[in-house]
Ligand binder design. Structure first.
Ligand code: C2E
Ligand code: MG
Ligand code: MG
Ligand code: MG
Length: 289
């Protein structure tokens, strides 16, 4: 629809604006009910370990099948849950769900590390590490079978306090990862102060990987930097064999992306897990253009 007058344009704008606000309200108000009625569920995206060619870890990603809005992306409802203070309830639900799933998998011989995304508000909780530790004890799941991912921009918000919390989490034995690395527009110098095991390079950096030598060089430089600082390096959003092989050659430890595997439900994952291998030739054999 096209507006012919300013008045019409304003009216259309208002309509669209109302619609967006109404949708937000449905999402915000619907979250407690959605949780109660099991509309939320986790999917698990396998990561490929480029040394062994096996899947040693999955990332837990939340989904919401809303009764009237259909499937809603976490990119839409997580920020709203953060703004309204509901994220803590949601993160507790995610932790419970993932730990219960870990118990089931471990009982059937599936030993994978599961990565959980936490949000900035979770990091503001001074009892976060104690809460996580008591959950691990409750489910009898070893701490090292869980990784906590924290987005780079969040880390920068209050670096000193964040480092205290990260150290507490590290002390209880969970693995830690910086997520969406490169999107925080922050200096790289702070990286060495962070007590984390892994750096996940954001998929935005792969957009021009195959078309722009400069873009490819930036990815390579980020990988080298992270590796030289002693971090394990993951690149997310890998969608092609070409990119996978180039990253293997660059010395990346782990890749995640639709080329290897899309996110699966828990039961789909159990079935596919034995076949989740990737035949790798040694990185030295890959000829780089
Ligand atoms: P993230 O943590 O960076 O997760 C990776 C996102 O990239 C996921 O999107 C995943 O499905 C997507 N992805 C992976 N490989 C590919 C690929 O090859 N191509 C493309 N186009 N996409 C790929 P998703 O599941 O929509 O999640 C979006 C974001 O929502 C996550 O980004 C994370 O920040 C947040 N999120 C998801 N689950 C949770 C959760 O349980 N708690 C919190 N606090 N945040 C979550
Ligand atoms: Mg993540
Ligand atoms: Mg990420
Ligand atoms: Mg991301």
């Amino acid at each position: 629809k096209k507006a012919k007058t300013l008045k019409q344009a304003m009216a259309f704008y208002d309509q669209d604006d109302d619609k967006a606000q109404y949708r937000e309200l449905l999402i915000i108000n619907g979250l407690p009910k959605g949780l109660k009625q099991n509309q939320l569920f986790m999917v698990f995206q396998p990561k490929l370990d480029l040394k062994s060619g096996h899947c040693k870890q999955v990332e837990a990603l939340i989904r919401w099948q809303h009764d009237s809005l259909g499937l809603i992306s976490p990119n839409e409802f997580i920020p709203l849950a953060e703004q309204t203070g509901m994220i803590n309830i949601l993160s507790t639900w995610v932790l419970d769900n993932v730990l219960a799933q870990q118990v089931k998998w471990r009982n059937t011989g599936v030993y994978v590390n599961v990565a959980i995304n936490l949000s900035s508000t979770d990091l503001d909780n001074p009892n976060l590490a104690a809460d996580v530790a008591s959950k691990l004890a409750q489910y009898l799941v070893p701490a090292e079978s869980i990784t906590i991912e924290i987005t780079e921009s969040v880390l920068m918000k209050s670096l000193a306090q964040t480092i205290v919390t990260l150290n507490q989490l590290r002390d209880i034995g969970v693995k830690l990862a910086i997520d969406d690395f490169g999107t925080g527009h922050s200096s790289l110098a702070y990286l060495r102060h962070l007590p984390v095991d892994e750096v996940k390079i954001d998929k935005a950096f792969l957009d021009e990987f195959e078309t722009s030598p400069a873009a490819k060089q930036i990815v390579k430089t980020s990988i080298d930097l992270a590796k030289n600082l002693g971090f394990e390096v993951t690149v997310e959003g890998v969608e092609s064999k070409t990119v996978l092989e180039a990253l293997h050659h660059f010395g990346v430890d782990t890749i995640q992306g639709d080329y290897f595997a899309k996110p699966f439900t828990a039961s789909e994952f159990e079935h596919i897990y034995p076949q989740l291998n990737y035949p790798l030739i040694s990185s030295a054999q890959i000829n780089q253009p």
